[in-house]
Design a protein around this ligand. Structure first.
Ligand SMILES: [Ca+2]
Ligand SMILES: [Ca+2]
Ligand SMILES: [Ca+2]
Length: 564
């Protein structure tokens, strides 16, 4: 035994000398020529010996893959040429690499090390704290809704007017609701897209009633329990009104109470509904909330971005509370009050947006209603049911001011803690070429039964180009990141932002190019018609796309951003 230790000791001395002189090595056993190695395990004996002699926790005998020789040098278990920042030795942390640009944040993975190329693998390859920044792969899938190409103006074809999207939390299926332009009339339509948004699907036109074509932004959809969706639309045949029904996806139809179809939702007491537009719908339990605008300043289609603020003719933001009732064969939504609740004035006609909030700590379930106020800022009220009525429990829970017109707001929920929930708010700030897409993040926490909205980040410009409009927002739990998709003059773009507001990568991703590289054909993405969903290890943005000039809008396309 002693002889063997002495043997090893001399070997070690020889090997140390070999490191310096590059001499040849001697045979240690029948299997392994000492110094020759297949992997680091073959150098273990040298490390054991080293530990008895002159031990440095930051140095190691390691197998050099190219030479197949044990080499003594800086700790680098994965052989990528970099050492960890520190190692533990006898319960103490010992610094091995002080230069952060050379620290290996995962010394057991050769694909991870400071400055290594970022790969699309859900890992942080370059050790900057962000996974896959700039490395996600973009691909597009056609999710075409209409079968036959038609030409606008021909008058006998079908096309989609507006669009709304919602995901069924149980099945994962994504509902796409739209208006159908057909022979000069508009009819509501809907279809279900598969959860991964990867395949084309069939269409079904819903039998509610005919409505004449008018504005965009006329449909809204939200999941209800049990393969059902709440469906809201504005009909302008006769007096404009908001009609709400239950879409049973097994029956592919919307059930509306006749009186509700005829009269629409009640507006303010003693007042006509006048021009209602831009409905939003959200549901939780059996409660369904519908918010919309009432505008009497003339033709809303002729009102440009920012004009309402300048001309001081704001629209009313109204909300009605309904209850889902009945059996599966006779489902209906019943109004809970004979009038709407007026939440405020909007300087923007892209409409209010709703978000159903689960209970947070002692704060009961509620909704957030967001809209652009008279000053052009974003206001988010918190409302909840109080008996049969709707009540604003926290007016202006969040207020974002930018000194210019805000519009096209989208809300989404992010990371959920026990008593905490992250809220993402994305919107268009400014108009025309000055329009920028801006992201704000808040942490919603229980504050004695109410909610406090703690600042995470404000006013983050996600794009950096110009003419950025119509943002959509989604959150990936797997990646703990947000995706903001938006339109600009080049097409559909997207930006990944961490939960702490860190922007990933220098440049936005391009999801759909406005000019198709293969044939030079121009496409356009129609507002307001985009949504972002988390799918698999990434995101999918679905958008209503006009494929070519002179063609009726009839295609919904999906762009994926992931590693698959
Ligand atoms: Ca390493
Ligand atoms: Ca990284
Ligand atoms: Ca990576």
């Amino acid at each position: 035994m002693r002889a063997r230790v002495a043997d090893r000791s001399s070997l070690l001395a020889c090997l140390l000398a070999c490191q310096l002189t590059g001499c040849s090595l001697v045979k240690l056993s029948d299997e392994i020529v000492q110094g020759h190695c297949r992997n680091d395990a073959d150098c273990a004996e040298l490390n054991q010996q080293q530990a008895q002699d002159d031990f440095d926790p930051c140095q190691r005998w390691q197998c050099n893959d190219d030479e197949k020789l044990c080499r003594y040098g800086a700790l680098d278990a994965d052989g990528d040429g970099q050492s960890p920042a520190a190692v533990m030795n006898d319960g103490k942390s010992v610094t091995c690499q002080r230069d952060p640009l050379k620290q290996d944040c995962a010394d057991d993975d050769a694909d991870i090390g400071a400055g290594l190329p970022e790969l699309c693998d859900e890992q942080d390859n370059d050790c900057d704290g962000l996974a896959d920044e700039g490395a996600l792969e973009s691909s597009t899938t056609g999710a075409v809704v209409f079968g036959k190409p038609t030409r606008a103006g021909a008058g006998d074809g079908e096309a989609a007017s507006d669009a709304a999207y919602a995901r069924d939390p149980m099945s994962g299926e994504i509902a796409l609701a739209y208006g159908v332009l057909q022979s000069g009339s508009t009819r509501p339509g809907a279809t279900l897209l598969d959860p991964e948004l990867s395949a084309s699907t069939s269409t079904s036109t819903l039998a509610v009633e005919h409505v004449t074509p008018a504005l965009g932004q006329h449909v809204a959809v939200a999941p209800l329990p049990g393969s059902r969706f709440a469906y809201a639309l504005v009909t302008t045949s006769g007096a404009p009104r908001v009609v709400v029904g239950v879409w049973n996806t097994n029956a592919t139809q919307v059930l509306v109470q006749p009186e509700l179809a005829e009269q629409g939702l009640a507006c303010l007491p003693g007042e006509e509904c006048r021009d209602v537009l831009a409905p939003a719908v959200a549901a939780q339990s059996r409660d369904v909330l519908v918010a919309y605008l009432r505008f009497d300043g003339g033709d809303p289609a002729g009102v440009g971005c920012g004009q309402l603020r300048e001309e001081d003719k704001p629209a009313d933001v109204l909300a009605n509370l309904l209850l889902q009732r009945g059996t599966s064969s006779d489902e209906r939504l019943q109004e809970q009050s004979s009038s709407a609740l007026r939440l405020g004035s909007s300087s923007d006609l892209t409409g209010p947006v709703l978000l159903a909030l689960p209970p947070i700590g002692a704060a009961p379930q509620s909704w957030l209603v967001a809209y652009a106020d008279q000053d052009g800022g974003v206001v988010i009220d918190r409302v909840q049911r109080n008996g049969m009525a709707l009540e604003v429990v926290q007016p202006a829970l969040i207020r974002l001011t930018g000194g210019t017109q805000s519009s096209a707001i989208a809300l989404a929920l992010g990371e959920t803690g026990e008593d905490e929930l992250q809220l993402g708010i994305v919107y268009q700030r400014g108009c025309g070429s000055a329009a920028r897409v801006v992201l704000a993040l808040r942490s919603l926490v229980d504050d004695g039964g109410k909610l406090a909205a703690e600042l995470v980040i404000d006013g983050l410009q996600v794009g950096g180009a110009s003419n950025e409009t119509n943002p959509a927002l989604g959150y990936s739990a797997a990646r703990d990141t947000w995706l903001v998709s938006y339109r600009d003059l080049t097409g559909l773009r997207a930006r990944v932002v961490g939960a702490d507001g860190t922007v990933h990568a220098q440049q936005p991703y391009s999801l759909i190019e406005r000019v198709k590289p293969e044939d030079g054909a121009e496409v356009d993405i129609l507002p307001p018609s985009m949504a972002v969903f988390d799918v698999g290890s990434g995101f999918a943005t679905v958008a209503h796309v006009l494929r070519a000039a002179n063609e009726a809008p009839r295609a919904f396309e999906t762009a994926h951003l992931s590693c698959e």
